[in-house]
Design a binder for this molecule. Structure first.
Ligand code: ADP
Length: 334
């Protein structure tokens, strides 16, 4: 998802269009989601009908934008891109809706950030391809009804829990993207090393794959860094020792956690005695944005079972203590 970038040292920057898959067939992993979307796309093509609206949710960097850009390419239709955060009022959405060609795709990133008024304005647009526009104010106000050309809305969110039920229900296709396996990430490393013309050894590719927090975006960022490092400090080939050194310079540990991830864990352990601690308190203590922690940092820590969410807050697990090289609290001498 465009917008916020985390740790500049580990995520080295701008979106990489060169590495982004062009068509659904170029995408690696997410097989079940891929199959279902492929069937819906094929059926829409065969019936010459617009694809049903698609909602994609999951942590950042797992391929929501990639799906949203590949789907219209496979359908052979135009794509418009908008961001929920930038659509403050219904009038901001109006040009997108009226410009939408028949069968085209309107992608709304961070759809959970749409204000209520815009969301409600969207309901008839999504359901019946029509909008109600209010002209004038007060007693002279009147509502004009306008028909739209049938289009496909693709919404992406890191927080499907924040979407209202009426909005969620208007998407017939709802898919959750999960973290990628090391094998899948290794395949992405191999393909993208070729695109970047980086000679890379198999064990080095595996190393990057299993230390990229299950996330293609992180794979790509780390792969680029390894390439720079190999060019500057070695002969240009990403061997295992070169890759290990390069990752060490980014502060990436053997689970792939970066300094910010570890700061979260060590703060939970030291300052909050292992928890339970409220996420706001943790965010304040490490001076990080709450959204960054819940959307980007926590999903992988929870998935790795280093941390658990309890009704009273976040708690470090025995595995979390182990990762930090500390004994779990019950084994601590009092
Ligand atoms: P999101 O929108 O979920 O934050 P993106 O779609 O922007 O994530 O993905 C980040 C980057 O990861 C993309 O630029 C692309 O290069 C790569 N990527 C994502 N999903 C895949 C995939 N399934 N196969 C190959 N590369 C992928």
């Amino acid at each position: 998802v465009a917008g916020q970038r985390r740790n500049p040292q580990t995520d080295l920057g701008e979106e990489d269009y060169a590495l982004r898959p062009r068509t659904l067939a170029d995408m690696v992993g997410q097989r079940e989601v891929y199959e279902r979307i492929k069937i819906a796309v094929d059926a829409a093509l065969m019936r010459s009908e617009p694809l049903g609206h698609v909602l994609l949710d999951g942590p950042p960097g797992l391929g929501k934008t990639t799906f949203a850009t590949c789907i219209p390419r496979d359908l052979g239709v135009p794509l418009q891109i908008a961001s929920g955060a930038a659509l403050a009022a219904p009038k901001d959405l109006l040009p997108y809706l009226t410009n939408a060609e028949e069968g085209s795709v309107l992608f709304i990133d961070e759809i959970h950030r749409l204000p209520k008024a815009v969301e409600e304005f969207m309901y008839p647009a999504m359901e019946d391809f029509r909008i109600d526009i209010t002209l004038g104010e007060g007693l002279s106000a009147r509502t004009v009804n306008m028909n739209l050309r049938p289009f496909t809305m693709i919404g992406a969110t890191t927080r499907s829990g924040l979407l209202s039920a009426p909005l969620r229900d208007r998407f017939p296709i709802r898919e959750h993207l999960d973290f990628y396996s090391s094998d899948e990430l290794q395949e992405i490393v191999r393909r993208n090393a070729t695109k970047l013309r980086l000679p890379i050894d198999d064990d080095a590719a595996a190393k990057i794959a299993c230390t990229s927090r299950g996330t293609p975006r992180i794979v790509n960022n780390r792969l680029r860094w390894v390439r720079d490092y190999a060019t500057s400090r070695a002969s240009g080939t990403a061997t295992l020792p070169v890759t290990i050194e390069a990752l060490k310079m980014l502060g990436v540990d053997d689970r792939g956690l970066d300094p910010q991830d570890r700061k979260y864990l060590t703060t939970l352990m030291r300052v909050f005695d292992g928890g339970p601690a409220g996420i706001e308190a943790i965010a304040h203590t490490i001076n990080a944005a709450l959204d960054t922690l819940t959307d980007e940092v926590e999903p992988f820590l929870l998935r790795s079972e280093l941390v658990v969410r309890t009704p009273r807050g976040r708690k470090l697990t025995p595995l979390g203590y182990k990762h930090l090289g500390a004994p779990p609290p019950d084994k601590n001498p009092e």
